[in-house]
Design a protein around this ligand. Sequence first.
Ligand code: CO8
Length: 282
Amino acid sequence: MTHAAASTATSTSPALVRVEFPAPAPRSAAPAPTADGVALVTIDRPEARNALSFDLLDALADALAALDADPACRAVVVTGAGTKAFAAGADIKELAGQSAASLHAEGRFAVWDRLAAVGVPVIAAVRGFALGGGCELAMTSDMIVAGDDAVFGQPEILIGVMPGAGGTQRLTRAVGQARAMELILTGRPMTAREAETIGLLTRVVPAEATVDAALELAVRIASMPPLAVRAAKQAVRQASETPLSAGLAAERDAFFALFDTADQAEGMRAFTEKRAPVWTGR
Ligand code: CO8
C-alpha cells in the first residue's frame, strides 16, 4: 500500500509532509533488505528549512496516526526534505504575533501530545539543523540516527523565549541537568558528535547515509514480533514518566501479558526447534 502525501494543505498549496509506505529499501552493502513494514515520512518544506508551522505539525501527526493504526506498519522513519535541515524549529514568523492568551485559546500545542502518543516505533533521521522545535521533534521520537553534518540545539533563549515543546524535559532526561541547563540557557548549537557523546543519539553516520541507516534500523525492528515491540517501546518510554517501583511493576505486567500471545509461543518453540520464528502479530 502506498499512501498519498498527507497534508492539510489545499489544492493550491504544496503538501507539507510526504508519506512513502512501504519505504524505499535502504541501499546497504548487505543483500537487499525488504522495507515492507517500514514507512518513510518526510517533512517537506525545505525552502523554510522545514520549519514546523502548526499546519505542518498537524499533517505530521495525522500521517503518523494513520500509520500507527495500520497493522502492516511496524516502524517509521521521519526525516526532513533536502540536506540542510531536519527542522529549524517552530515557524518563527507564525509564532511572532502570538500572545499568551492566543496560544492558550488556539490550543495548537496539543499536537505535540498526539506526536508523543504514537505506538509504533519512530526513528528520526537527522541531517543538518535540528533546532528548537526540530530538536524537540527528534527527541519526541524513539531513536535518533544523525548524519555527521547534523547540528542540534535549543536556541529559543536567543529569540526571547525558551523551549516549549518538551525541550526542557526531554533534553534533561536524555543528557542530565548539567548539560541540558547549559545548552538551554546559552542556546548554543552542538555537533552530532557532541550530541552522541552526551547520549542524545542512537548513532552517527556519514551524512549521505543518514536515511539509509535509519531505514536499516527500522527494517530490523519491523522484523521483530510487533506486539512485543509495542509493549517494549511503551515500557521504555514509561521509564522517564514514573518512579522505578511503578515502572518495574508495569514492566512485569506487560511481560506477563505477552505470554498470552501467539508470537510468544512461536518464538520460544522456534528456539527449541532451532529454526527462525514466523511472527503473526497475534
Ligand atoms: N521559522 C521560520 N522560517 C525559518 C526558520 C524558522 N524556524 N528557520 C529558517 N527559516 C527560513 C528563513 O527565514 C529563510 O526564509 P527566506 O528565504 O524567506 O528569507 C529560509 O528559511 C532559509 O533560512 P536561512 O537563510 O536563515 O538559512 P541558513 O542556512 O543561512 O540558516 C538556520 C539556517 C541556522 C537554521 C537559520 O535559518 C536559523 O537560525 N533559523 C532559526 C532557528 C531557531 O531559532 N529555531 C528555534 C525557533 S523557536 C522554536 O522552535 C520554539 C519551539 C516551541 C514549540 C514549537 C511549536 C510549533
